[in-house]
Design a protein around this ligand. Sequence first.
Ligand code: UDP
Ligand code: MG
Length: 136
Amino acid sequence: MSNIEQTLSIIKPDAVERNLDNEIKEIFRNKGFKIIKEKKIQIEKSEAEKFYKVHETKPFYSDLCSYLSSGPIVVMILEKEKGVLANRELMGATNPKDAEEGTLRKKYGISIDKNSVHGSDSLENAKIEIDFFFKD
Ligand code: UDP
Ligand code: MG
């Protein structure tokens, strides 16, 4: 039985602004992820609010949505064996200070808000998030 899963990855504005998107994409490929679809876009704050709706009661919600819509992002569908968890592991902890050596957030993250990458946290949310950006 195959455990190939698709997950949504976002290279956030702080990383795109530093021209790290190609370097980060290369890391994903080297770790065995296939980039199935990708696009560089900038979203409205209202779209970020929909995307992060699960966090709407959190104190950081408004700043988070302003930030995600503050500049270009690269959204990708990644595919790999147990891809959802594999991507979360490669990303590292939400706060770069807590992220392990070898993770993307350890390497590139600036702060808990400017933490360079987003990744779906479950297979169910991966499907929802992929649809959010790629349903056409
Ligand atoms: N975030 C923040 N302040 C916090 C917690 C989270 O700015 O105290 C931001 C951070 O950029 C994070 C995003 O909100 O990536 C979503 O939070 P979540 O807990 O879902 O973390 P993730 O799944 O991205 O690791
Ligand atoms: Mg999350």
